[in-house]
Design a protein around this ligand. Structure first.
Ligand SMILES: CC(=O)N[C@H]1[C@@H](OP(=O)(O)OP(=O)(O)OC[C@H]2O[C@@H](n3ccc(=O)[nH]c3=O)[C@H](O)[C@@H]2O)O[C@H](CO)[C@@H](O)[C@@H]1O
Length: 363
């Protein structure tokens, strides 16, 4: 089939699309693909790096308060819808897939207007602004959390899980830790604040570092690209022991995750799909800066099944970070139990379920 994907801004909206793409290729179902994103979003680097045909359109998100910027947003939306229609007419896709982020609003809206089959994936437990808008126009809405169904037209909703889950589900530990000069045999804590990094998590890590340096476990800390220079500056005045590795970003995170004992991070929906697909115990620090506090709701769905622990950003300091991580890192049976609970929530065939929705739409 010929497929156009659109979604982005952050990794949580990009990796589900890549997971579907990879699975289509594996099953020999893909004839041609095009990805439409913005230059500003993480997709421009991630998609181009993977040598996937990429077109950029210019768009921006709505400001929540009334502002003149919103007039510009509307103007850009209309312009980019026109541009998207042109791309769609040229490419002639069989189906257009949207994975969230404002860029997908123009592309999926344009596709629906041209009567091309459309499907969107809502990764979160609360629908994002873009997907809520698109819900009216698209043909199918794939969801990962049952509770989000009521925010969309009922007849269009299909529970598929997050396609990224399938991409990571079968991956076995493969000693990737050596790439970061860490030992593959020592339990490792991964600390990262979503695809863009999180200042408060980074600050707590720096505060905890003198003690982390002395642990009998290892720490892989990912700062986020935009925060890396600042972190390096701070680290120039501190010791970083051999059991701690610091990097700006991890490409192909799916190959590292199976080697991780515990994750401390945000509660972005795609991260949670990975955590549950692999059964990794986690300590979640939901971002308080997202629409309708959806990360807290995402996190609660794991916490209520004893599949994760949660601490708020306000509670997060160097001291509390050490307390919660030590508790898990020093207790293997607790890790195992929590990991097992997490795995129960995973959807290891989510990409195939999503592809079935695409196939049903075009046949
Ligand atoms: C601030 C914001 O708006 N966050 C949203 C965004 O988060 P964000 O993009 O941070 O999303 P997630 O945590 O869901 O996913 C992050 C993705 O990036 C990958 N990764 C991360 C770091 C790294 O170094 N390398 C790497 O590959 C992770 O493995 C994962 O696949 O989309 C999610 C999915 O809709 C939402 O739930 C989040 O609320």
């Amino acid at each position: 089939m010929r497929v156009i994907f659109s979604g982005g801004g952050t990794g949580g909206h990009i990796y589900p699309a890549l997971a579907v793409l990879e699975r289509l290729k594996e099953r020999d179902l893909l004839d041609e693909v095009l990805y439409i994103g913005t230059e500003k979003g993480l997709e421009s680097r991630i998609i181009r790096q993977k040598q996937i045909p990429f077109e950029a359109i210019e768009l921006q998100g709505f400001k929540r308060s009334l502002s003149l910027e919103n007039l510009k947003t509307i103007k850009l939306f209309l312009q980019s819808t026109r541009r998207a229609k042109q791309i769609l007419r040229d490419f002639k896709p069989d189906v257009v897939v949207g994975t969230g982020g404002y860029v997908s609003s123009a592309v999926l809206f344009a596709a629906a207007r041209l009567h091309i089959p459309t499907v969107i994936n809502e990764q979160n437990s609360v629908a994002g602004i873009t997907n809520r808008f698109l819900g009216r126009y698209v043909d199918r809405i794939s969801i990962a959390f049952p509770e989000v169904a009521e925010q969309f037209p009922k007849a269009k909703v299909v529970l598929t899980g997050n396609p990224r889950a399938q991409q990571v589900a079968g991956i076995k530990p493969n000693q990737r830790l050596t790439d970061f000069k860490l030992q593959p045999t020592i339990p490792t804590l991964l600390i990262f604040g979503g695809s863009r990094g999180a200042e408060r998590i980074n600050a707590a890590f720096l505060e905890a570092l003198p003690e982390l340096n002395q642990k009998d476990y290892q720490v892989l800390f990912v700062s986020g690209r935009v925060h890396y220079a600042k972190i390096q500056k701070a680290l120039a005045e501190q010791t970083v022991a051999a059991n701690v590795a610091v990097v700006p970003y991890i490409n192909d995170m799916q190959t590292v995750l199976p080697d991780i004992a515990v994750i401390l991070g945000r509660a972005g929906a795609t991260s949670l799909a990975e955590i549950t697909a692999l059964g990794i115990p986690s300590i979640l620090v939901p971002s308080p800066y997202v629409t309708n506090d959806h990360q807290t709701k995402n996190a609660q769905s794991l916490v209520s099944h004893q599949a994760a622990e949660m601490i708020t950003e306000n509670e997060l300091t160097g001291t509390s970070l050490l307390k919660v991580t030590d508790h898990l890192m020093q207790n293997q049976s607790l890790r195992q139990a929590m990991g097992e609970q997490a795995r129960q929530l995973g959807v290891p065939d989510a990409a195939d379920r999503f592809i079935k929705v695409m196939q049903d739409l075009i046949h």
